[in-house]
Design a binder for this molecule. Structure first.
Ligand code: ZN
Length: 450
């Protein structure tokens, strides 16, 4: 399986905060667990699981190697199938690592050691190139905190890099304040030219619902303009989209992926909406995806009218007169009014064609999909391996990379994710390697060299 080595050596979708494994937590907590402020973890865990955990006791028992001690700690941290795809539960478990991280950062001023530990694990695993992402607490009244955090992380990654291992950094910007955060990133690059080679992009992550890609258009435009003016500092954009989209129709979820690509995203995170069969998507909940805000339906109508030619060529009917009438009716409603549209077999067939159409378009644009198998199964509400979107992606020509997303909290390595895709595809290693190519070709910051 040597053919798959390049896939195991290049990680393009990983969040720094999700990289700590249980044994990392144990080591980091060993001397400090009684002093850490666990409030964030305790309150979020109690809300999500209905029981109040005692992290001090959990760490004490695990560190004293009491029977079941390590297992109990693992149960409170590792996010598994039993957690039912619930984002609040995911965040609660992640908060265990975040509380510890914050202690090393804010109380001890030694967060570099946490980041170094993460990098060292990747190096040990045989990874050669990693693009880390991280989100800092952000508030318009505290730009210094944002700048300080990202400068420190970038500096650690910069120092951790050598000829055999390169760590790069995508700064996660809050979707609700993308432009302001992006300006801070530019400020950081101007103040720290030594970090320019490490900081290669921006990442949009966290809750996507309520944040249409169109709202990020000013950021994309600004980044493109700045990239033209300063090609030596060009940044790429990685954009989580089509991962969790309960709040809208399947057409709208597909459209969001397409819009993010047209805006100029280099890579799309997950894009489950483009690869999960619509019938499977609807089977996840009664009434799933039947309702959406009028604003989304209006945006969908505008999209269908704009892309009428391509849609009709792909076998999707665009009834112009009916859509215009619907448009007029919807414009009389408040934008947040809920529109309900049940599905038919014909509509589902058209949705499959829409998915194919967008995958073809992504391939033409060179937009990459980052697929994260375990994350999608446990958190992304993909009901099972057989219907994982990666199957559709592999069958298409879309550029595709495999990532572990949050390997520590999912307790899964990139190599295991690659092997999973290999098994599920039923393909030979050579065929899979040929289909995916060298993932490093999809790294951020490549345009600086052309
Ligand atoms: Zn992610």
């Amino acid at each position: 399986m040597k053919a798959l080595e390049p896939l195991r050596q290049c990680e393009l979708h990983v969040h720094l905060g999700g990289c700590l494994f249980v044994d990392d937590l144990l080591e980091l907590a060993r001397d400090v667990y009684a002093r850490v402020d666990w409030h964030l973890f305790v309150s979020s865990y109690a809300r999500a699981f209905g029981v109040t955990p005692d992290p001090v006791q959990l760490f004490r028992r695990a560190l004293q190697q009491r029977p079941g001690g390590l297992e109990a700690l693992r149960r409170h941290y590792v996010f598994t199938d039993q957690d039912g795809g619930d984002f609040a539960r995911f965040q609660a478990k992640l908060n265990l690592a975040i509380c510890l991280y914050r202690h090393w950062w804010l109380a001890m001023g030694r967060e570099e050691e946490v980041n170094r530990r993460i990098v060292e694990r990747h190096r040990r695993e045989g990874t050669r190139y990693v693009e880390y992402r991280a989100m800092a607490p952000y508030g318009p009244d505290n730009p210094e905190g944002f700048l300080a955090f990202h400068t420190l992380v970038a500096r650690t990654l910069h120092h951790a890099s050598d000829r055999s291992f390169r760590a790069r950094y995508l700064i996660s910007v809050p979707r609700w304040a993308g432009l302001e955060a992006y300006c801070l990133v530019r400020q950081l690059l101007a103040e720290h030219p030594e970090l320019v080679s490490t900081i290669v992009g921006l990442d949009f992550c966290f809750f996507e619902e309520g944040h249409p890609p169109a709202a990020a258009a000013p950021v994309f435009a600004r980044v493109e303009r700045d990239n033209r003016a300063h090609p030596e500092q060009a940044l790429d954009i990685a954009y989580h989209v089509g991962e969790i989209y309960d709040d809208k129709s399947l057409e709208s979820a597909i459209r969001w992926c397409h819009e993010a690509a047209e805006l100029g995203a280099r890579r799309l995170g997950h894009a489950i909406a483009l690869g999960l069969d619509p019938e499977v998507a609807l089977g996840r909940r009664p009434g799933a995806h039947e309702r959406e805000p009028a604003s989304e339906r209006l945006a969908q109508i505008a999209y269908d009218l704009e892309h009428r030619q391509a849609l009709e060529a792909a076998g999707v009917e665009v009834p112009v007169a009916a859509l215009r009438r619907e448009q007029q009716d919807l414009k009389r409603l408040p934008l947040k009014a809920v529109v309900t549209r049940p599905y038919s077999a014909a509509r589902l067939a058209e949705i499959r064609r829409r998915q194919d159409l967008v995958l073809v378009r992504l391939a033409a644009l060179g937009t990459v999909i980052e697929t994260c198998p375990t994350s999608n199964l446990r958190l992304g509400d993909v009901p099972g391996p057989a219907c994982h979107p990666v199957q559709r992606f592999l069958a298409s020509d879309v550029p595709l990379v495999i990532g572990a997303d949050d390997p520590g909290i999912f307790a899964v390595t990139l190599a295991e994710e690659v092997d999973w895709v290999h098994r599920q595809s039923g393909w030979s290693a050579a065929r899979l390697a040929r289909r995916l190519g060298r993932p490093q070709g999809w790294a951020c910051g490549r345009q600086r060299h052309v």
